[in-house]
Design a protein around this ligand. Structure first.
Ligand SMILES: O=C(O)CCC(=O)C(=O)O
Ligand SMILES: [Fe+2]
Length: 291
């Protein structure tokens, strides 16, 4: 099986909804981010020039943008290259938000995460920039939190992704208590004596290059590896379709903090969902800020 790659000009929003969003089939769009100023502009040089001092924390260590880029580009070989290095755009790089607009690219809509109801950084979704160095691997195979669908917009360099078709949960050994994370430590060298069911898994590996956008439907197991220095911008999608599963996750996660918290959060989300559903019926166009 392969992941379909299609030019954004050759697929309509309606076709995307019917052929990919509803059945939950991943897709790579070519040129969807052409509408973003970030496309063609985001590069290590540009970030060094404009935001070289901007800091972020990776695994408890604070790095400036220049320090990250030195590591990623192999100019500093004195310490390991961390991955993923992330900047939360709304809070850590708000200056570039206008360069990733319209966020929905004409396809990732309706997106309830753009509604003021779900703006708080509370719901698992995040608008983040990832910077990676050659060979930088996402630390584990996983499904995204809260049953959100992910949109990964590659803006510089090539990243390799692996996805597993639906129905292979069992082969990936979800951790007990962390069912969104696979217990398999190194997916490129699976120890079949420890994880025998993995022999039936059918991973699909493909490369996403600069200017391409990967849609990862909710519930899809995936992981990633940078093939060279990379910059990507990821955001999430929530609407009527994944809302019931989202709400269940809100309950389950908040329950860990007590029943009162779970009731409060789930009720808030349920009302938000109702308001957004009515908004969709009335054709409300959202262009608010996704957190
Ligand atoms: O771009 C990547 O490294 C994958 C990111 C990812 O899957 C995630 O943050 O959930
Ligand atoms: Fe993910």
């Amino acid at each position: 099986m392969e992941v379909r790659k299609v030019d954004a000009s050759e697929i309509t929003h309606e076709q995307f909804i019917e052929e990919h969003w509803k059945p939950g089939i991943p897709l790579v769009f070519k040129n969807a981010t052409k509408v973003w100023k970030a496309n063609g502009q985001f590069s290590p040089e540009w970030f060094r020039k404009n935001f070289g001092d901007r800091k972020t924390t990776v695994d408890g260590t604070v790095y400036t943008m220049n320090e990250i880029l030195d590591l990623v580009e192999g100019k500093d070989t004195s310490r390991p290259v961390p991955y993923p290095c992330k900047y939360h755009l709304p809070t850590q790089l708000p200056e570039v938000l206008s360069m990733v607009s319209p966020l929905n690219l004409g396809f990732a809509k309706p997106n309830w995460l753009e509604s003021s109801w779900f703006k708080r950084g509370y719901w698992g979704g995040a608008l983040e920039m990832f910077i990676g160095g050659t060979g930088g691997k996402f630390p584990y195979v996983h499904v995204d939190y809260y049953h959100l669908s992910a949109w990964i917009n590659q803006l510089y360099g090539r990243k390799q992704f692996t996805v597993w078709p639906k129905g292979q949960d069992e082969f990936l050994y979800p951790e007990s208590g962390n069912a969104w994370k696979s217990a398999i430590p190194d997916i490129e060298n699976v120890d079949l004596s420890k994880f025998p069911k993995y022999k039936d898994a059918t991973p699909i590996t493909f490369v996403v290059g600069a200017g391409e956008t990967l849609f990862i439907p909710f519930g899809t197991w995936h992981t990633a590896k940078s093939l060279e220095p990379t910059i990507s911008v990821a955001f999430d999608l929530l609407n009527d379709h994944n809302f019931p599963l989202f709400l269940k996750d809100v309950w389950a996660f908040k329950k860990q903090q007590g029943t009162a918290k779970a009731i409060a959060a789930t009720s808030y989300a349920a009302v938000g969902g109702f308001v957004c559903r009515v908004g969709d019926m009335m054709g409300v166009e959202r262009s608010g800020v996704h957190n």
